[in-house]
Design a protein around this ligand. Structure first.
Ligand SMILES: [Zn+2]
Length: 359
């Protein structure tokens, strides 16, 4: 049984197909990597990797990544560049993903309270798209109000989910604080206790949001940290997720051992066994950013190291002083090396998560 038999089509999927794919992942015990992309090059690399190993994929854009997609030369006053960039990137994915023959969940990453104008702008684009195509532009969006008081976090998520459920969008929310730093939010000094979400928190979220729709996922903190830190500094406790599932199951008196769809943030640099364990407790999405950033750079670095003599001037290399170097410094050559390296890393992430041969 794979995506095709479940009737999940290739290309960007929304609504019921997203629900089907995530429940399929939960049931089969695998997770889909959500690869942070900042350009058409990184989007295409992620798609190529997933196609090669016959896997569904999540492509996501951060607020900063979206602004970068539109161009760093544009002003981002009022989140304008972030909105335009996210919409432009979404259209790029919509056009090309189908050709790669894999289902793709199109998602936007962390949106903290101060970035809500970005979120609102994307929702307007979704509503506009829905009018014409009967589905939203994106598949899902993430609201990260984990820094706000719990009641405010949940109430705001509920309010947004009401608006989103009208056009079949899925909401990812975060509760408990993920350490580290990402997109200008610095949680490196946060005390230890708040790095672990409590079972009651998960139940409170489930109780409130499920009154609106079942189209939501939860990023819970279990010691995760954004970015890569020295080994030993990250104390992951995936078994907390198991406790959460048991708590909710007991509250709901349901048959499922995994009533919650969990998202794993800050997975970069994690031990493979911890990833496996987290997936076994109902993680269906894991964010991948730092590791693929490194892979992309590493591709360029290795290329430069191996072709150094051909990359110092337009003309003149170890083969002769009048030999041209155009075929070495053409961006299609060195950017492709970055892509190849990133493709390898995305495949590795898929393998770690059990997301192989799932079509
Ligand atoms: Zn997070």
């Amino acid at each position: 049984m794979g995506c095709q038999e479940l009737g999940i089509p290739a290309g960007v999927i929304t609504g019921d197909n997203v629900r089907k794919l995530l429940k399929y992942a939960s049931k089969q015990g695998f997770a889909i990597p959500a690869v942070n992309c900042t350009s058409s090059s990184t989007i295409n690399a992620a798609l190529e990797a997933a196609r090669d190993i016959k896997a569904p994929l999540i492509i996501q854009f951060s607020q900063g990544g979206s602004a970068f997609y539109a161009g760093k030369g544009l002003s981002n006053e009022g989140q304008k560049a972030s909105i335009i960039g996210a919409v432009a990137a979404a259209h790029h994915v919509r056009l090309v993903a189908k050709e790669y023959g894999i289902p793709v969940i199109l998602h936007s990453d962390h949106c903290a309270k101060k970035l809500l104008p970005w979120f609102d702008g994307m929702l307007e684009a979704d509503e506009e798209y829905f009018k014409k195509h009967n589905e939203p532009l994106f598949s899902s969006h993430m609201l990260d109000l984990s820094e706000e008081p719990k009641h405010e976090n949940i109430a705001t998520c509920k309010k947004y989910l009401e608006r989103m459920s009208k056009i079949n969008l899925l909401l990812e929310m975060e509760i408990g604080i993920t350490g580290g730093e990402e997109d200008g939010v610095d949680n490196t000094g946060v005390d230890n206790a708040s790095l672990y979400t409590q079972p009651e928190d998960i139940w409170d979220v489930h109780r409130e949001l499920s009154q609106v729709s079942d189209m939501f996922t939860i990023a819970a903190a279990f010691g995760n940290v954004h970015g890569v830190y020295k080994p030993g500094n990250v104390k992951l406790t995936p078994h907390l997720l198991k406790n959460h599932q048991e708590h909710v199951k007991q509250k709901l008196q349901c048959d499922s051992d995994k009533p919650i769809l969990f998202v794993f943030h800050g997975g970069s640099g994690s031990v493979k066994d911890e990833i496996k364990e987290a997936v076994s407790y109902g993680v269906i999405k894991m964010n991948v950013d730092t590791d693929t950033q490194w892979a992309y750079w590493d591709g360029i670095k290795n290329y430069h190291d191996s072709k150094k003599g051909y990359l110092q001037s337009q003309v003149g290399n170890p083969d002769g002083v009048d030999k041209p170097n155009k075929k070495y410094y053409d961006p299609r050559v060195f950017i492709r090396e970055a892509e190849k390296s990133m493709i390898k890393r995305v495949k590795e992430a898929c393998q770690d998560l059990g997301n192989v041969n799932r079509l």
